[in-house]
Write a protein that binds this ligand. Structure first.
Ligand SMILES: Nc1ncnc2c1ncn2[C@@H]1O[C@H](COP(=O)(O)OP(=O)(O)OP(=O)(O)O)[C@@H](O)[C@H]1O
Ligand SMILES: [Mg+2]
Length: 362
């Protein structure tokens, strides 16, 4: 069964460079937790710290309540799956899966029994005697998962394990991984730079940017209530207008921008006169006929991209800023074409104001 992982005040410095800085997060036993962030933000570093390949410069990592400092990777209740899987291509599937047990001198009968169970668990029935080099990408993935689970880890660490697979297989393996995690109850710490992967699979997601943990929350909160400008722009598509706060109205604020004056939620409780950005998801922008609606923008249709169930519409405001809108193909929207002049609006409940952040890696 899974154990909890506490990462308390952890920093990792290489020379002058912080690959991870003041990371605090408590991952529950049996949770599927993902770290999501762009390349170089410190995801693998964090995983290596949990697995014991290195100790943090500062802070503490506890697994199952026990401080892990000084405990090497072989003696931690963790197993790791690498991006390249690191399987033995010329060994059979069963040999690969049983490898860790053999190293630990587990008696043969018990080893075989466990390998059989794992083959069932990851749905590899009938291929136990095949060489790994003869398997498909998805099958290899399953072997890697079974091999990691063979040593009964309390925490499984997965470093972008699906990135080498094609899109269809990746979708399938997401669901498989989630199923395996539920069936085994092992704590999964998954890292990825793919937001859809993180949002669809995880109980909670930690979004990282250049060594820092920006927000830890459930997928819906990450998407609907991003805590920082970085999270808002990295996770999902968004429209952004920069401006200055002209007034505060309870939990809402009014932002003056070059494209107009907009009212929106103010989750960071920013004050009048502050520079900030307003973020609006494409699916919350609507066409409107009236000219007296709040949060109104007059635009020209700049580009239309038909995607089947919906169209992605790029609009150009009178001031020349582009914004995108999603138009559902359910017959309710008026017909529009490139060059048309339209009015669009968004609800102040669906737009959020956040302090301008560092967008360099978003
Ligand atoms: N041993 C090391 N010595 C010096 N710098 C390092 C070392 N390991 C990692 N770094 C640096 O720390 C930063 C974070 O690296 P890390 O591998 O954790 O990123 P990542 O989020 O896993 O990126 P990717 O998505 O590309 O795998 C990078 O700038 C990297 O160059
Ligand atoms: Mg990495």
């Amino acid at each position: 069964m899974g154990q909890d992982v506490e990462i308390a005040d952890v920093s990792m410095r290489f020379g002058d460079f912080y690959a991870a800085r003041d990371i605090n997060v408590h991952i529950e036993a049996g949770e599927f937790f993902s770290f999501l962030g762009p390349s170089g933000c410190g995801k693998t570093t964090l995983l290596r710290l949990v697995s014991g390949f290195m100790d943090p410069t500062k802070g503490q990592i506890k697994i199952g309540g026990k401080d892990m400092r000084g405990i090497g990777s072989n003696n931690r209740p963790t197993a790791m799956i690498f991006q390249n899987l690191a399987l033995f291509p010329l060994m059979t599937v069963a040999k690969n899966i049983g490898f860790g047990l053999e190293v630990r001198h587990e008696p043969k009968a018990e080893r075989n029994k466990k390998v059989e169970e794992l083959i069932e668990l990851v749905d590899l029935h009938g291929v136990g005697n095949r060489k790994v080099s003869e398997l498909s990408g998805g099958q290899m993935q399953r072997v890697a998962i079974a091999r990691a689970l063979a040593v009964s880890p309390a925490v499984l660490l997965l470093d972008e394990p699906l990135s080498a697979l094609d899109l269809k297989l990746r979708h399938h393996m997401r669901a498989e991984l989630r199923n395996i995690q539920r069936r085994t109850g092992v704590t999964f710490i998954y890292i990825t730079h793919d937001q859809t992967e993180a949002l669809t699979m995880s109980d909670r997601v930690g979004v990282m940017s250049i060594g820092k943990l920006e927000q830890v929350a459930t997928p819906d909160v990450i998407y609907n209530n991003p805590a920082t400008a970085f999270v808002a722009s990295f996770v999902g598509e968004t429209n952004r207008f920069q401006g200055t706060i002209s007034s505060i109205e309870g939990e809402y604020a009014v932002l003056d921008t070059s494209s107009g004056t907009f009212s929106c939620k103010n989750p960071q409780h920013l004050g009048q006169g502050e520079e900030a950005s307003i973020f609006i998801r494409p699916e919350t922008v609507f066409l409107i006929q009236k000219s007296d609606a709040p949060n109104l923008l007059t635009c020209e249709i700049h580009h239309l991209s038909f995607e089947g169930a919906y169209a992605v519409v790029t609009l150009k405001t009178d001031q020349g800023q582009l914004l995108t809108m999603r138009l559902n193909n359910d017959g309710s929207a008026p017909r529009i074409k490139v060059g048309d002049h339209v009015k669009v609006t968004f609800s102040r409940h669906n737009a959020f104001l956040l302090k301008n952040g560092d967008f360099s890696s978003a």
